[in-house]
Design a protein around this ligand. Structure first.
Ligand code: C5P
Length: 409
């Protein structure tokens, strides 16, 4: 069983019910799962059902004489190959970040020497609160890995936003990534981007017209996802902020799903500070001034509605000109259909980024939505034109260039 034991720490949130499914799926993949539940968790799933499904005793109290006698919290913390916290509530994250140890769950988390993966689940307001974001940043710095939270509808309130717990299969894939990562840790510490934080935006944005209609563009997100993957493979700690795409969130990367440019700006701002920020998203330049709260009805005889557009915030320019937290290297993308290099050079200077990656997105090139890309890498004093390559290879070559730049080469 070596390499296949998970210690699952269940926090007190409605998403705790997904843990039963998580355990089943984990067992199908050959994992043995042992569970620790916080007191609050037992209000959502019973220790009896967790025990039945794990086939193991469930651990609840720090000072349970039987538990401590049989195994003890230190052994419990170390006998697993990976520790998974799901659902991780705002309170549990705060305790972890502060190093508290006043119950079995928090004590085990402090005592473990194994990789820890956290699947947060909470109300979107609680997730975006600066206290929670501070704790998340602290935990990331401490080497804790995150999966989710995803955006969607909340079970309790029907509110939507970022805060839904990742699905059991996503968590399992992240565990696989974590265990592989642990094996590769020695290599990672000499990886060129090890210890570096990289932020990548990808995909289009959707700007609502009314609850069912939106303005969008043809971006597939493939180039941004490939860059995020390549950065992670070189050892970086990557946050990917993605507009709506059909792509799967990459393994081992914190992926934040957003819809509109305003949401993307908020998620990007929350991800700072980072060492490198790469803005590959095709952000909508305009949004509808006031999106209708109700579906706009088509009445026979009426003339079509007029959409009044206002400019979206420029995310790249905002971050490139950030007073306190400008990343050391800021890279923008310029999709053009004519005068590609000249327009991109002007855009680089105007937006204040260090490099601009320019590409020709005329329909004949097939770049928008396709798998190939031909780019120019433009800095203040140079223009490099790269041959046509697969988007995955562009991602790898670009991140290698970034790593060389950071190393002063
Ligand atoms: O001005 P244009 O949209 O061509 O610039 C493209 C670059 O600017 C991309 O890196 C894109 O991600 C970024 N951008 C942005 N916010 C906007 C528009 C574009 O960050 N509102």
């Amino acid at each position: 069983m070596t390499g296949r034991r998970i210690l699952l720490i269940i926090g007190g949130g409605i998403a705790a019910y997904k843990c039963l499914e998580f355990v089943r799926r984990a067992q199908e993949r050959g994992f043995r799962v042992r569970a620790v539940m916080t007191r609050a968790a037992t209000a959502f799933v019973t220790p009896l059902s967790m025990g039945a499904i794990t086939g193991e005793r469930v651990f609840l109290d720090l000072f349970d004489r039987d538990d401590e006698h049989d195994i003890g919290h230190i052994r419990l913390a170390r006998e697993a190959d990976a520790v998974v916290v799901a659902p991780a509530t705002a309170d549990l994250l705060a305790k972890m970040a502060g190093g508290h140890a006043d119950d079995l769950a928090s004590t085990v988390l402090l005592a473990t020497d194994k990789p820890v993966l956290v699947a947060p689940a909470m109300n979107p307001q609680m997730w975006s609160h600066s206290a929670t974001q501070r704790n998340v940043a602290q935990l990331r710095d401490d080497g804790i890995r995150f999966v989710g939270p995803n955006s969607g509808e909340m079970a309790e309130s029907g509110e939507s936003g970022v805060g839904r717990m990742a699905e059991p299969m996503e968590i399992l894939e992240a565990v696989d990534g974590l265990l592989e990562g642990a094996v590769n840790d020695a290599e990672k510490s000499v990886s060129p981007l090890s210890g570096r934080r990289v932020l990548v935006t990808a995909g289009p944005t959707h700007e609502p017209i009314d609850p069912v209609r939106y303005i969008a563009n043809r971006s597939s997100g493939k180039q941004g996802y490939a860059i995020a993957d390549a950065a992670s493979a070189l050892g970086a700690d990557v946050t990917l902020v993605s507009g709506p795409t059909t792509l799967r969130p990459p393994l081992g990367i914190t992926t934040i799903q957003v819809e509109s440019a305003a949401d993307m700006l908020e998620a990007v701002s929350n991800a700072l500070p980072v060492d490198v920020a790469i803005f590959a998203a095709a952000v909508a330049d305009w949004r509808v001034d006031t999106a209708s709260e109700q579906k706009i009805k088509k009445q026979s005889g009426d003339s079509p509605p007029t959409l009044s557009l206002v400019e979206n915030p420029d995310i790249l320019a905002t971050i490139a000109k950030h007073e306190h937290a400008r990343p050391g290297l800021v890279i923008g993308f310029a999709a053009e259909t004519e005068n590609v290099v000249a327009y991109a050079q002007a855009k680089r200077a105007r937006k204040g980024c260090d490099w601009m990656i320019a590409n020709d997105v005329s329909p004949a090139t097939g770049i928008m939505g396709g798998d190939q890309n031909t780019i120019h890498v433009i800095s203040a004093d140079s223009v490099e034109t790269w041959p046509q390559m697969a988007k995955n290879d562009v991602g790898k070559a670009l991140m290698e260039r970034v790593a060389n730049h950071l190393a002063g080469r």
